[in-house]
Design a binder for this molecule. Sequence first.
Ligand code: HMG
Ligand code: MG
Length: 298
Amino acid sequence: GLPARVRIHEVGPRDGLQNEKTLVPAAIKAEFIRRLAEAGLTTIEATSFVHPKWVPQLADAEELMRLVDDVDARLPVLVPNERGLDRALALGAREIAVFASATESFARANLNRTVDEALEMFTPVVAKAEDAGVAVRGYLSMCFGDPWEGPVPVSQTVSVSRRLLDMGCDEISLGDTIGVATPGHVRELLDALNEAGIADDRLAVHFHDTYGQALANTLAALQHGVTTVDASAGGLGGCPYAKSATGNLATEDLVWMLDGLGIETGVDIGRLTATSVWMARHLGRPSPSRTVRALSQK
Ligand code: HMG
Ligand code: MG
């Protein structure tokens, strides 16, 4: 069966923009977030409190958070360590996400740590966030395949997921960072997670669309019982520390499918498409989303 309702976790302002070479002004990012909220998105990942040299595009996190403090939506932010958490809490963040890796290669590339060291770095962050009443999402990257290590064993992904939950994360977002997953692999991983005692209601799926499989993978996850789906408006994105990563599943492609299935999202696809067209104009290139292209050519 399929769920009656899906919660979309919009990652455009964070995952979508983090890889943009040209700095986008904070005022434009704020307008983007505002328009996404007006289109009906209720969870909009706003930015990251990471080292500014590692992700220069998001170095304006403080300024941006001040510009969007009146936006009526949940605005989670990425935080890698206590320094990042302190910065986020000072700006009134109510939801954060730590970001782990199922593979050693990506833990090193993205966090300058081993998998174990990264989890150690997150432990006090999650505890402190919990004390502050702040919800914590645990991202897990390279759940299916890794550009350096190839296919990732399901048991490896299950094991790091377990450790993130035991640490106190409220939800795990399963990242297909480089977009190599296919629906059978998605079902296999979700089955294995369930067998390890991790139910679908603690899970979200985060697909990148490198091989055009993001929507098929999402449908497999929905059929399995997952109801939280990450997507990026206009299909923006990529990860600066993972070669061959492209944009996330486009939110418009997702909403088009869910609308057709009669699954509620609360999102107005017309307003959303207009927002992505506006953002694409700002970035100087068309959206890769097929749905954005189709709807904006009408
Ligand atoms: P490091 O170089 O090991 O840092 O980087 P460190 O802990 O040794 O600290 C060095 C300096 O950085 C110190 O300053 C710290 O204070 C400072 P110094 O004493 O030398 O002057 N520093 C900070 N400054 C500001 N904010 C901070 C911060 N932390 C340390 N938070 C670190 C380690 C984790 C900081 C670095 O690797 C980093 O920032 N990585 C972020 C990478 C990133 O953002 N990647 C993209 C997001 S993940 C993703 O896209 C995948 C996802 O979408 C899911 C999927 O698709 O799979 C989520
Ligand atoms: Mg991502």
